[in-house]
Write a protein that binds this ligand. Structure first.
Ligand code: ADP
Length: 489
């Protein structure tokens, strides 16, 4: 690992346990590269189940005091942490783009979003009210307390290396829990930079622990987090298959679980929609992060009366607005995909669709910028049976199919085991209500393509997950309800 190193004041090449920078017990490390250029950014410890067990024990010790720190003080630490992140925003964004690839402007947006969770949950901590329930018996009083769950195990993905950490960890920390978190192997540096700033903010040792691991060791770390009885809650964002594995592994210790899994978002454009607004919404929801978010539009369903106008306008706007390149270069709107395997998968879905009758309006091939780049692609004449309709594309491919009636669109939209985000554009108020209610999704965008917000609940139904993150609901996920009945009154 003697290659050219990426220089950053916030680049830390050790894991973070008990407030210290530590190596794996085995001494092993793994490499982290820039997906746009293939350059080596550095190495981090390749930890395993045994390292994870030590981190869990540390978090357990820290929990004994952190749980009793008054909410106002927890809030103050989180406030200092968010201020430090704000001061370091440009460097956090540059680091994020370098390890993950998204354009710098999007990385800045993500860092802002990440900071907003630190701030929000610090504020929410002070409002974790209990209840006093009117008692049916005059000799008893009935109280409800909300208490921190305990040590929380977390596993996060590479597509939001900063905000997925704060959305989970800050909810837990604000509630009085302590955390052992494994970031994605592609993007550990954003997580480690957050640890350094947490340390500077005065977050006590052991409250936030980050164990880094290669893909090969991820199952061993995950198994320990799921099976160790000290850990009381597991929170995961990633693929549905991995989520199911973690749920199975958590069964024997009856852990609470929050799961943010895959999606297959429908994006429906009805005849009554404003074409330009629908195209703008589709651009935002499809091409953010080069199509690599779990809420990206996956199946674009367009009613026959507006179909030709929508396709024409979307193609024009794609050609005008999308610029493929290194995320650090000014003007880039489409960075690389995370790795070569992702490009192969996206190309496989496009080739399959074309073989089955889909038409390529633009793109449809790998990009000459490098092995991790793919041309923004517009496919028409897509059908519900094609793999690009049944699988999560996770790339810059807009796949369009035609429908005739509202009933047909809803039937297609809901015919999936996933239920994360769904979008539709309509100018008809009755239809807006009906479709909002009938879409079997945890998040619905009605005439809006960007719906995530710190203040709102995020999460899916069906096989897209369990629980909600963000908003007032996000804090509840890390608290137990305790009922106290006082007698003898
Ligand atoms: P993706 O396909 O986007 O990489 P994954 O679900 O495979 O989605 O990865 C999301 C996170 O889950 C990453 O941090 C990854 O290291 C981790 N992960 C993958 N497989 C396992 C596993 N068997 N046990 C625990 N964590 C895992």
């Amino acid at each position: 690992d003697q290659g050219k190193r990426f220089a950053s004041s916030l680049l830390f090449d050790k894991a973070f346990v008990n407030g210290q920078w530590v190596s794996a017990k085995s001494g092993k490390t793994f490499e982290v590269t820039n997906p746009a250029t293939g350059e080596l950014l550095g190495t981090v410890p390749d930890m395993d189940g045994s390292d994870t067990r030590s981190a869990i024990e540390t978090a357990h010790k820290a929990f004994q005091t952190w749980r009793d720190v008054p909410a106002k003080e927890r809030c103050t630490v989180l406030r200092r942490w968010s201020d430090l992140c704000t001061q370091n925003k440009p460097e956090l964004a540059r680091l994020l783009t370098s390890e993950m690839g998204k354009p710098l402007k999007e990385a800045e947006g993500e860092v802002n979003y990440g900071i907003s969770f630190i701030e929000w949950f610090g504020e929410e901590a002070r409002r974790a009210y209990g209840d006093v329930i009117p008692s049916p018996t005059s000799s008893k009083r009935m109280l409800v307390l909300r208490q921190a769950i305990g040590v929380c195990g977390m596993i996060t993905p590479w597509n939001f290396p900063n905000a997925m950490i704060t959305r989970k960890a800050c909810a837990a920390i604000a509630a009085g829990c302590t955390v052992v978190l494994k970031p994605a192997e592609d993007t550990p540096y954003s997580a480690l930079a957050l640890c350094e700033l947490a340390k500077q903010a005065g977050l006590p040792e052991g409250v936030l622990n980050v164990v880094t691991a290669s893909r090969a060791n991820a199952p061993s770390v995950g198994k320990e987090l799921c099976e160790n009885p000290i850990v009381k809650k597991i929170s995961f964002t990633g693929s549905t298959n991995t989520g199911k594995t973690l749920l199975r592994q958590s069964a024997d210790t009856v852990k609470k679980a929050s799961m943010e899994l895959g999606g297959n978002a429908p994006f429906i454009v009805f005849d009554s929609a404003d074409v330009n607004a629908a195209v703008q919404g589709a651009m935002a929801s499809k091409f953010r992060c080069s199509g690599q978010t779990c809420v990206c539009a996956n199946r674009i369903l367009v009613q026959e009366g507006i179909y030709d106008r929508f396709v024409k306008r979307l193609a024009e706007v794609m050609n005008e607005e999308l610029k493929v390149g290194d995320g650090l270069e000014p003007g880039t709107t489409q960075g690389p995909l995370i790795n070569k395997a992702a490009v192969d998968k996206v190309d496989g879905l496009v080739q399959d669709a074309v073989k089955s009758g889909a038409k390529v309006v633009t793109g449809g091939k790998r990009h000459t910028k490098g092995s991790n780049f793919y041309h923004p692609t517009l496919l028409t004449d897509v059908t519900p049976k094609m793999r690009c309709s049944t699988e999560e594309i996770f790339g810059p491919v807009a796949a369009i199919m035609k429908f005739k009636t509202e009933e047909e669109a809803l039937a297609i939209a809901n015919a999936t085991q996933f239920g994360l985000a769904g979008y539709f554009y309509s100018g008809n108020i009755g239809q807006i209500w009906r479709v909002s209610e009938k879409l079997e999704y945890g998040l619905v965008g009605a005439n809006e393509g960007l719906i995530s917000a710190t203040e709102a609940p995020f999460g899916g139904v069906k096989e897209s997950g369990l629980g909600r993150e963000g908003g007032k609901y996000g804090l509840e996920e890390y608290m137990e309800i305790k009922y106290v009945c006082m007698g003898g009154i």
